[in-house]
Design a protein around this ligand. Structure first.
Ligand SMILES: NC(=O)C1=CN([C@@H]2O[C@H](COP(=O)(O)OP(=O)(O)OC[C@H]3O[C@@H](n4cnc5c(N)ncnc54)[C@H](O)[C@@H]3O)[C@@H](O)[C@H]2O)C=CC1
Ligand SMILES: O=C(O)C1=N[C@H](C(=O)O)C[C@H](O)C1
Length: 252
């Protein structure tokens, strides 16, 4: 039985993941961590991973970037593998993730869905054909009005997967309002829209001469992320220290 600690258990994703873990054979939601304690849960909830005295095998995290430093330190100290799904991390935090993965297994992914992870693979191939042919690349993402980080972690990960395929020639432009110049062909524009209850949309636009190709992923429920997180936790429990991502879990 894999015992899971849900970090950010009282949040929107934390609640969806908790239910899914309990419906998964061979897995149990053993405890939760949240700084907001005003919700009834069928498992004990602690204020921090450090304070948790329930034995667990793996941590699933959907919380807030401000919570990630303490989380990484506690996981390293307790030898706990962690599935890190929180977005909006700083460069320093990303470096800390790498450092922590020398001590424990860490799987970090800005998007746990099958569709987005396949899209990342498809974009690498598309970019190799379209970028040399002069197509400009723009990404537009849309999310609900409760989201605190922008652009989304997924938009950045999509841009990174394109950039990786193209020898990192691109810089990213997030805001054109202060610019009075034409875009260069070595930039990827990334725009964010926030409103209502939009679960998550990502559109990658390749605009060429007289021709546009668009790749679009739409999330219709948070369950697609929870499903990926549960698979990732099953994969990570008992793994050696190291830095993993969803390409280690999903075999295309
Ligand atoms: N990788 C992926 O596939 C996905 C990632 N996310 C990311 O997951 C994160 C959480 O998303 P939501 O559940 O929608 O947010 P939310 O705001 O509904 O939930 C976050 C929870 O974390 C708790 N929290 C905040 N600071 C904390 C701390 N210091 N210690 C313990 N708990 C703390 C909050 O009290 C809250 O209950 C965001 O960064 C979001 O972008 C969301 C969906 C999919
Ligand atoms: O905050 C969200 O909701 C989501 N965040 C992730 C991101 O920033 O990319 C993943 C997903 O799009 C939902």
């Amino acid at each position: 039985m894999i015992k899971v600690l849900m970090h950010g258990c009282n949040g929107k994703m934390g609640q969806v993941v908790s239910r899914m873990v309990d419906e998964t054979e061979g897995m149990e939601l053993a405890a939760g961590v949240d700084r907001f304690l005003g919700r009834e849960n069928p498992y004990p909830v602690f204020e921090s991973v450090e304070a948790c005295d329930v034995p667990v095998d793996v941590v699933i995290d959907f919380s807030n970037a401000a919570a990630v430093d303490d989380l990484l330190e506690a996981c390293a100290k307790k030898g706990l593998p962690v599935v890190l799904c929180t977005t909006g991390l700083s460069e320093e935090q990303i470096a800390k993730v790498k450092k922590t993965s020398e001590k424990v297994a860490v799987l970090r992914s800005a998007n746990m869905s099958l569709g987005v992870n396949l899209l990342m693979k498809l974009l690498k191939d598309a970019s190799k054909v379209l970028a040399p042919a002069g197509y400009d690349i723009e990404i537009v993402e849309k999310h609900h009005n409760q989201k605190v980080d922008a652009p989304s972690g997924t938009a950045l990960a999509l841009a990174d997967s394109i950039n990786e395929a193209m020898d990192n020639v691109y810089s990213y432009t997030y805001d054109r309002s202060q610019e009075r110049k034409k875009r260069s062909d070595k930039e990827i524009g990334i725009a964010a829209v926030r409103g209502g209850t939009i679960v998550g949309e990502h559109e990658v636009i390749y605009a060429g001469e007289d021709e546009v190709i668009e790749f679009k992923h739409t999330a219709y429920s948070k369950a697609i992320f929870a499903k990926g997180a549960v698979s990732a936790a099953a994969f990570l429990a008992g793994k050696e220290p190291g830095l993993y991502d969803m390409s280690d879990v999903i075999q295309f």
